[in-house]
Design a protein around this ligand. Structure first.
Ligand SMILES: Cc1cc2nc3c(=O)[nH]c(=O)nc-3n(C[C@H](O)[C@H](O)[C@H](O)COP(=O)(O)OP(=O)(O)OC[C@H]3O[C@@H](n4cnc5c(N)ncnc54)[C@H](O)[C@@H]3O)c2cc1C
Length: 115
C-alpha cells in the first residue's frame, strides 16, 4: 500500500523474490515524500523538500543505486560571526592569529566566508 520509499522497497523485494505484486497509490504520482522531478532548467527539485541519503550499509547502498543516481554531499557546520560564516568548531588547526581575529561581540573578523 503506497508507492513511497517503504511501499516501493517492499514491493521491489517481493518482486525480486518472484512474488506477484500490486502497489496501490492514492496520489497520481509515485515516490511519496521523496518525489522529485527535473525542472526545465535541468535542476532537480524535490516536491516535498530536499533529501539526503545516508547509510552505512553497503547492501542498502547497492540496492538504492539500482534505481537512482546520487551526488556526493559534504556537509559543513558554520558559525555566523559578525556577518561572516566561520568553520565550526574552531580547532587547534586554526592559526592563533586567525583565531584571535574572530570576534563574537562586534569586532573585526578575517575568517573565510561561505555561502
Ligand atoms: C521535507 C522532508 C525532508 C526529508 N529529508 C529526509 C532526508 O534528507 N533523508 C531521509 O532519509 N529522510 C528524509 N525525510 C523523510 C523521508 O521522506 C521519509 O522517511 C520517507 O519518504 C518515508 O517513506 P514512506 O514510504 O514510509 O512514506 P511516504 O513517503 O509518506 O509514502 C507513503 C505513500 O503512501 C501513499 N498512501 C498513504 N495512504 C495510502 C492509502 N490509504 N492508499 C494508497 N496510498 C496511500 C501516500 O500517498 C504516499 O505516496 C524527509 C521528509 C520530509 C517531509
Amino acid at each position: 500500500m503506497g508507492a513511497g520509499l517503504t511501499g516501493s522497497t517492499i514491493a521491489r523485494c517481493l518482486a525480486d523474490a518472484g512474488r506477484e505484486v500490486l502497489v496501490l497509490e492514492r496520489r497520481s504520482e509515485v515516490g511519496g515524500n521523496v518525489r522529485d522531478s527535473r525542472h526545465e532548467s535541468g535542476v532537480r527539485i524535490g516536491h516535498h523538500g530536499p533529501h539526503y541519503f545516508r547509510c552505512s550499509s553497503l547492501r542498502i547502498w547497492d540496492f538504492a543505486n539500482r534505481f537512482a543516481e546520487f551526488r556526493p554531499v559534504q556537509p559543513r557546520i558554520l558559525a555566523l560571526v559578525d556577518g561572516t560564516y566561520e568553520d565550526w568548531p574552531i580547532t587547534s588547526e586554526m592559526s592563533p592569529a586567525s583565531a584571535a581575529s574572530i570576534s563574537f561581540n562586534g569586532g573585526t573578523n578575517s575568517g573565510r566566508a561561505n555561502s
